[in-house]
Design a binder for this molecule. Structure first.
Ligand code: GAL
Length: 346
């Protein structure tokens, strides 16, 4: 089997773009700015379709949206009021002036860093190892945290994300990836016609500011029941208060099973000519449907429509520092954090 191709080019003042092409002609472009996926280009009936939201330069990310495709950390989602305790030690993080919470590890977190890169070429996959050392006290978090994120791109059309981290003091760690999929490749088409499957019996109820309330609710008899695949429009088109409150999906779903035998979520394009399967060892996935209204950025020359993308942000559900039953995101010095999520294109 031939080795996959990889090329490198400048992506801006500091960032580099790595272009990985597999034997099936799929291309994944990634950058060290935020250990991020930029493009995922799939040949379909002789045409190339870019199925993730991304921009053309480092500058675009800095001015338009830093979260597109990025690694998120130290802690994905919102920490209410930016406060938490570890072993009776209280910590206060800087909070957003708009809502008083800390989102995605605070400003200029993982998504904004230039990560070190090491490329490893294997027989049937290429691994890009990104590493970043977050100094103790960065954005208010205790402990020096050594983080490593590996993207492996395989000839089975998989994008495998491996997270690893170590800390020298007890701290919080709950990373994710913020890729938005739009399987039409057309940024003027909302994802409403996509079909979604999620192996989840329960979701976390949110408030109007998108913090979780602590209630885990059964999906049964709600529009959030995706245990059989159905169109995302069935959420957008209801008056269900959990939809109208945040204008779509912006919710943690508790997964019924973890691991790599069966997908926990599947997104399928409207024409059913392409699917993305998600596999993870994380217990939850936050699904966000890009409700940017009229405020969406230009993506590759097209104005992003409202609901123009959908994320599958695997993690321990936000709320873990406040509520029982949401999981534990404390990382201690004696342990190495490790987790894996796979997106498989079919
Ligand atoms: C999501 C979050 C949304 C929004 C978005 C960033 O993960 O759930 O509420 O903040 O990130 O634009």
């Amino acid at each position: 089997m031939k080795v996959l191709d990889i090329t490198k080019q400048k992506f801006g003042e500091n960032a580099i773009l790595y272009s990985l092409t597999n034997d099936n002609g799929l291309t994944m472009n990634v950058t060290n700015l935020g250990a991020r996926i930029v493009d995922l280009i799939v040949p379909i009936n002789g045409k190339e379709r870019n199925i993730v939201l991304g921009f053309g330069t480092e500058e675009d990310y800095l001015t338009k949206d830093m979260y597109f495709g990025a690694t998120i950390g130290r802690v994905a989602g919102r920490i209410k009021h930016g406060s938490f305790s570890i072993d009776d030690q209280y910590y206060q993080l800087p909070v957003s002036p708009e809502n008083g919470h800390t989102l995605h590890g605070g400003l200029n977190s993982f998504e904004a860093k230039i990560w070190e890169v090491e490329v490893e070429e294997k027989n049937d996959q290429i691994a890009v190892h990104f590493s970043y050392v977050s100094p103790s006290g960065e954005n208010g978090f205790p402990g020096e945290l050594k983080a490593r994120v590996t993207y492996s791109f395989t000839n089975n059309n998989e994008w495998i994300i491996d997270y690893q981290a170590e800390t020298d003091q007890p701290t919080l760690f709950n990373p994710t990836n913020h890729v938005y999929f739009n399987l039409t490749g057309d940024m003027t088409q909302a994802v409403g016609e996509h079909r979604l499957f999620v192996a989840s019996d329960q979701f976390a109820v949110v408030d109007s500011d998108t913090t979780v309330t602590g209630e885990l609710r059964s999906v049964a008899e709600t529009p959030f029941d995706f245990r059989e695949p159905k169109s995302v429009n069935q959420v957008f088109e209801t008056n269900y208060e959990q939809n109208t409150l945040v204008n779509g999906l912006d919710h943690p779903f508790m997964l019924n099973q973890t691991g790599f035998e069966r997908p926990q979520a599947i997104i399928t394009s409207p024409k059913q000519d392409l699917s993305v399967e998600m596999y993870t060892d994380r217990p939850a996935v936050v699904i966000f449907t890009a409700q940017f209204g009229q405020g969406g950025p230009d993506v590759r020359g097209q104005k992003l429509v409202n609901h123009g993308g959908i994320t599958l942000e695997t993690q321990i559900a936000p709320g873990a520092v406040e509520f029982e039953g949401f999981g534990d995101i404390i990382l201690y010095p004696e342990t190495t954090y490790q987790s894996r999520t796979i997106f498989k294109i079919k």
